[in-house]
Every structure is written in structure tokens, then in C-alpha cells.
Design a protein around this ligand. Structure first.
Ligand SMILES: Nc1nc2c(c(=O)[nH]1)N[C@H]1C(S)=C(S)[C@@H](COP(=O)(O)O)O[C@H]1N2
Ligand SMILES: [Mo]
Length: 388
């Protein structure tokens, strides 16, 4: 097989099968993402008329119109925005990051101190744990993050043997009612020390080559590749190492998925924190160019190597889609599928992703019973209307 070197490298890096990539060799994948003058959007009939994504505004949430995704990196201006308290503006001179608790060398670092440390860069895509079908999966984005290694910082601080939990506090805060008490708390999330020591975890001050924007946590945020958005603490202010679980709102009460599952042979209702991204794909756009239709979508997961992404039309056989060769371990993976001979009328399209362990994206019927709204990773059938 004749394959350019960089394609082969990408294949090795992402673990995608060479045959899946071969289909894309020769034609740059991005050219399929960008809508040309000849391309028209095929209307989804499952989308309400006049559906619009909310614009970016101070204090507001923003999700993107996934039909418009046309680049591997989400532009900073369109990356989704979620915050649960305020959006604190921290002057660089006032910013500090404290490392406290069960460490041999407590630290207090300025932004300049952090930027003086060795720089790492990594592509990571994520969605909010509350992303869902009703907003057509718009709480999503993929960016190149630049910053410094959390692991190296923790090594410099010297985590003591009893330190098992690393807590990350933001500058933002709000009032919480816990039992009957009203208290002020900062946004907080935690990682087990083993997960915090993963070399991919980063303290990021750059997003797509620019200074981290205010709404995305300026000047410094945590990025935990392969985790849902909630793990990526924005406006980071303090890292605290302790000898027990952190049970704050966003670990212990909110962003907690209740589901019925098999726990070692016993069926139990279980609550678990939203952490690693479940294996998920979704179709987000269909375009028409002359007689050819192109179906496009994304995959997100926790970084496990993928085996395939497939599309089925009107419950027909699963057909292999092509995955963007620019994809890397923790990025989103955009895919396209060329749909030949689409007949006039309404059609149902669905995608599914399979990972290298043979795990297949579940259908809604196969999902564990789950009364909470977190972690919506079921196959998402879409309906389109092909004109006559
Ligand atoms: N400090 C702080 N960090 C936070 C949050 C927050 O409210 N405060 N929201 C979290 C949630 S729920 C999500 S989905 C992501 C969103 O990141 P983004 O706005 O950069 O897309 O930030 C996470 N980090
Ligand atoms: Mo979120």
C-alpha cells in the first residue's frame, strides 16, 4: 500500500487501522469539512424550524451549531461555554496558583513562574457531561492546548505518601445550600493522585495558540484529556493535596450519574462522578454536492484506540466512515461518509463507533437505566429530507 509518511505516522499515533486511513489518502480530509460554493445543507427534519445556537455573551452559556463545524480546531470564539458561578476577571498581576496540603514544598506561583516551566502542547476535545440531543450535541469543542505539565509541578511540590486526592479550586464562587446551611464555595473538582500524575494532564494558559480567553478560564485552567468538560477547572487558583475524597458539589452532588448497572454480578443503583468520556459518535451534518451526499459527524471518547466508525441508512447495513487522519489520541475525531444514490424523501441516518477493545457505542435501548441527564452517549438517529 502506498501511503505518505505523515499518514502512516498518523495511523501509528492514533492507532487507526491503515485501511480506514487509506480511503482518505490523496484527498485532504479538511476539504470535506469545509462547505464549498457547490455544497448545500440537507435539512434535518428532527430539528425545530429556526433552530439557532445562542450567541456568546457575558455570563451566558454558549453552544455551537454543530452543522457548521468545518475545522479540526474549534475557533476560540465558537468553543462552547459553561460556568456555574461567575466569570472572574483576574489581572495577571493579581493571579497566583497555590499548591498546598500534603506536599513537601508548598508553592505559590505567578503566571510568569508557570510560563517559565517546560511547555507542553496537546490536542484535546471534550463535551459537557450534560451535552445532549436537544441541542444537537452543541456543548462540544476541540482545541490545541498549551501549558505546563501538572505531573511535573506535583513532582516539584513532592506529594507525600498519604496524599491520595488532588483538589483543584477555581477563583469563581457562589452560594450553596447544603442541608440547611447557606455557604459560599468556589468551583472545585478533584482527581485521584494516580490520575493527576498522568503526563497528559496540563495546566493550560493557551488555547489554539492564543492566550486562554476569559470565558475559557483565563489566565490558567486545568485540562484533563479524555474527561468530560467539568473536570477542566477554569480560573484555576489552588491545588490542594489531601488524604481523603473531596466531596464538593461538582464531584459529590452535581455531575453525578445515577444508573442501574451490574456491580460484580449484583444489579444495583449506583451514583458516580462524571469523569471519563464515554464512547460516543453523532452525525451532525449532511451536505449535497450535485448527486453526492456527504454525512459528517464526530467521535469523542477517553482516548482508547478506535477500531471503526460506521453509518447506517434506513436500518441498512453498517458502512465504514472515514476518520480525519489529523485525529490524535485525545482530540475529537471527525468523520465523513459518502452517501451515493440517496433517493428523494425522508431518511434515518445513524452512526456508531467501536473501539479497539470491541466496545460498541450503545443504542438508547441498550443504555443502562439512567434517570439523570448526564452522559448522553447513545447512538443518535437523525432524520433528513432529500429533495426530489
Ligand atoms: N472554575 C470553573 N471551571 C469550570 C466550570 C465552572 O463553572 N467553573 N464549569 C465546568 C464545566 S461543567 C464545563 S462543561 C467546562 C466548560 O469549559 P469551556 O467553557 O471552556 O467550554 O468547564 C468546567 N470548568
Ligand atoms: Mo459541563
Amino acid at each position: 500500500m502506498n501511503m505518505p509518511d505523515h499518514t502512516r505516522r498518523t495511523a501509528l499515533k492514533t492507532g487507526l487501522s491503515l485501511s480506514a486511513l487509506a480511503a482518505t489518502a490523496g484527498l485532504p480530509f479538511w476539504s470535506k469539512l469545509v462547505m464549498g460554493a457547490e455544497d448545500t445543507l440537507v435539512p434535518f427534519t428532527d430539528m425545530p424550524d429556526g433552530f439557532v445556537a445562542p450567541p456568546v455573551a457575558p455570563g451566558a452559556i454558549h453552544f455551537l451549531d454543530t452543522r457548521g463545524i468545518s475545522t479540526f480546531y474549534t475557533p476560540n470564539e465558537d468553543f462552547y461555554i459553561i460556568q456555574h458561578y461567575n466569570q472572574p476577571q483576574i489581572a495577571e498581576a493579581d493571579f497566583k496558583l497555590k499548591v498546598t496540603g500534603l506536599v513537601n514544598n508548598p508553592l505559590e506561583l505567578s503566571l510568569a513562574d508557570i510560563k517559565a516551566r517546560p511547555k507542553i502542547e496537546l490536542d484535546a476535545g471534550f463535551e459537557c457531561g450534560g451535552n445532549r440531543e436537544s441541542m444537537f450535541q452543541g456543548l462540544i469543542g476541540n482545541a490545541r492546548w498549551g501549558g505546563t505539565s501538572l505531573r511535573e509541578l506535583l513532582l516539584a511540590a513532592g506529594v507525600q505518601a498519604e496524599g491520595i486526592e488532588v483538589v483543584f479550586y477555581g477563583y469563581d464562587k457562589g452560594e450553596e445550600t447544603i442541608r440547611e446551611a447557606k455557604v459560599e464555595q468556589n468551583f472545585g473538582r478533584s482527581l485521584h493522585v494516580v490520575d493527576a500524575m498522568d503526563p497528559a494532564v496540563m495546566l493550560a494558559y493557551e488555547m489554539n495558540g492564543e492566550a486562554l480567553p476569559l470565558y475559557h478560564g483565563a489566565p490558567l485552567r486545568l485540562v484533563v484529556p479524555g474527561y468530560y468538560g467539568v473536570a477542566n477547572v477554569k480560573w484555576l487558583n489552588q491545588i490542594h493535596v489531601q488524604d481523603r475524597r473531596y466531596m464538593g458539589r461538582f464531584m459529590g452532588r452535581d455531575y453525578v450519574t445515577l444508573s442501574k448497572r451490574d456491580i460484580g454480578g449484583e444489579v444495583r443503583w449506583e451514583e458516580r462522578s462524571v469523569t471519563k468520556i464515554n464512547l460516543k459518535s453523532s452525525i451532525i451534518r449532511v451536505t449535497k454536492n450535485a448527486n453526492t451526499h456527504t454525512v459528517m459527524g464526530f467521535v469523542l471518547n477517553d482516548g482508547t484506540t478506535l477500531r471503526s466508525v460506521e453509518v447506517s441508512i434506513d436500518n441498512g447495513p453498517w458502512q465504514a466512515a472515514q476518520i480525519d487522519p489529523q485525529s490524535s489520541k485525545y482530540s475529537w475525531k471527525l468523520f465523513t461518509y459518502t452517501w451515493d444514490n440517496a433517493s428523494a424523501g425522508e431518511h434515518t441516518l445513524v452512526s456508531r463507533v467501536t473501539d479497539a477493545n470491541g466496545q460498541v457505542q450503545a443504542t438508547l435501548e441498550q443504555m443502562p437505566e439512567k434517570p439523570t441527564r448526564w452522559e448522553n452517549y447513545a447512538q443518535f438517529p437523525r432524520k433528513v429530507m432529500i429533495g426530489g
